[in-house]
Write a protein that binds this ligand. Sequence first.
Ligand SMILES: [Zn+2]
Ligand SMILES: [Zn+2]
Length: 213
Amino acid sequence: MSCDFTLVHYRELLQAAKAGGYRWAGFDRAPQAGDLIIRHDVDLSLAAAVAVAEAEAEEGAWSTYFLMTRSVFYNLDSHDGVAAVARLRALGHRVAHHAVWPDVDLDDRFERVVAWHNPDPEYMQADIAGAVNVMQPPFFDPDHYRSDSNQIWRHGCPHDELRAGRFEWLQLLTHPEIWAYEGATMRATMESLLDADRAARLEHLRNDRIDLS
Ligand SMILES: [Zn+2]
Ligand SMILES: [Zn+2]
């Protein structure tokens, strides 16, 4: 098994978690032994989020997607944005808020759960009025947390540990763009994302009655 950042290996991670006896869990109650809390911070692409969500559903998994309201990369209020949220829910996933300090836009689209985007240490673990902060105890503990940031697992890919049931419980943070678009480095993955984005934007232009002849 090669630890690529691909949907193939993402599915292998989910299969390893199932083999390790983990149960899917969210942020609605304190973590319990055997919980795998999958968190997706959606920084760049709703299409990537939906692709990962489809793969999870096919593996019998569900997770929580943290979506931005003020992203320069996607618009949750657009037709595509509304459709993406509906699709995530239809697949059995949960939708929470990926907020940019200090703005918290918790409306009816979201559970009362917040993950800050690129948080500074000063507020990373601060209380958020009326919401769970995913980086606060009981949901965050360094020994029960793994993240794929910039295609680097600081403690190695967790698939072996999941298969062996070595985590009492785990909050697993992934960024869907890394898995849905292929590339051996973050730079190469971002090039794949940009290629797909260009194709999608050409389609948006056609739909907007722009003459591309
Ligand atoms: Zn792996
Ligand atoms: Zn983020």
